[in-house]
Design a protein around this ligand. Structure first.
Ligand SMILES: Cc1cc2c(cc1C)N(C[C@H](O)[C@H](O)[C@H](O)COP(=O)(O)O)c1[nH]c(=O)[nH]c(=O)c1N2
Length: 210
């Protein structure tokens, strides 16, 4: 039996406050096995029917990393075109990936064809497969921060292109491309808030009582 005291809870809250989406990485390499350890922690996450649908691809190959970065640049240029005026000018100043600096690249997929878990919990809500994978990424994000490692989620990518670049089974649905490394700076405020793109709102704005 493990118990968690007030000091631990306060510390854990600090972890939530100081977890950041990181796009600016130092060039120092990650310690050997760091990404594997984060994956092991992610595998402790809840999953629908204990299906563990997460699939991880550690991307070390330079050509593949360059192809992903090129896809990001193309998708980000398209995204910029969706804005106009001041919003477009502001979007153009945002740094929205650390793909070129991060020492670690990790792609995460959900295996939609796996029968692990025997379908429990998925009949009426097949999307719970993807939800399970997202919960694993969140655990990894926090575990990384606890080790001083930053993680940045990149979704400005074309899933079909990522599939082709990484040559993964067709039943795997692309969920996230993660940049992993030591952050240039630590901050308790989201970078998009600092850039005045959006501000973080309080829980009362998102909570109904019935
Ligand atoms: C599903 C998903 C997808 C993305 C993100 C997050 C999530 C959950 N975020 C990070 C996002 O911008 C960030 O979490 C918020 O701005 C809040 O900042 P903190 O995570 O609190 O630092 C993100 N950030 C970015 O720079 N490029 C991206 O493509 C994405 N994509």
């Amino acid at each position: 039996m493990v118990e968690f005291d007030d000091a631990f809870r306060r510390h854990l809250h600090e972890l939530f406050v100081w977890r950041r989406d990181v796009r600016r990485f130092r060039s120092d390499p990650l310690p050997a096995g760091a990404i594997d350890r984060l994956i092991e922690t992610a595998c402790l996450s809840p999953s629908v029917g204990l299906s563990q649908p997460w699939r991880f691809v550690i991307v070390d190959d330079d050509a593949r990393r360059r192809a992903v970065t090129d896809d990001f640049k193309a998708c980000n240029a398209d995204a910029l075109n969706c804005y106009s005026g001041d919003r477009a000018a502001r979007y153009a100043t945002l740094k929205l990936s650390g793909l070129e600096q991060a020492p670690g690249h990790l792609a995460v997929f959900a295996d939609k064809a796996s029968d692990i878990g025997h379908g429990l919990g998925r009949a009426t809500m097949p999307e719970t497969t993807e939800y399970s994978v997202v919960s694993a990424i969140t655990a990894m994000w926090l575990a990384a921060r606890a080790e001083g490692i930053g993680l940045g989620w990149v979704s400005i990518l074309s899933p079909d292109r990522i599939h082709a670049i990484l040559d993964v089974p067709s039943s795997w649905k692309f969920i996230a491309y993660l940049c992993i490394g030591y952050p240039e700076i630590e901050c308790d405020r989201p970078e998009l808030e600092q850039a005045k793109w959006e501000h973080r709102r309080g829980a009362d704005e998102f909570t109904l009582r019935r």
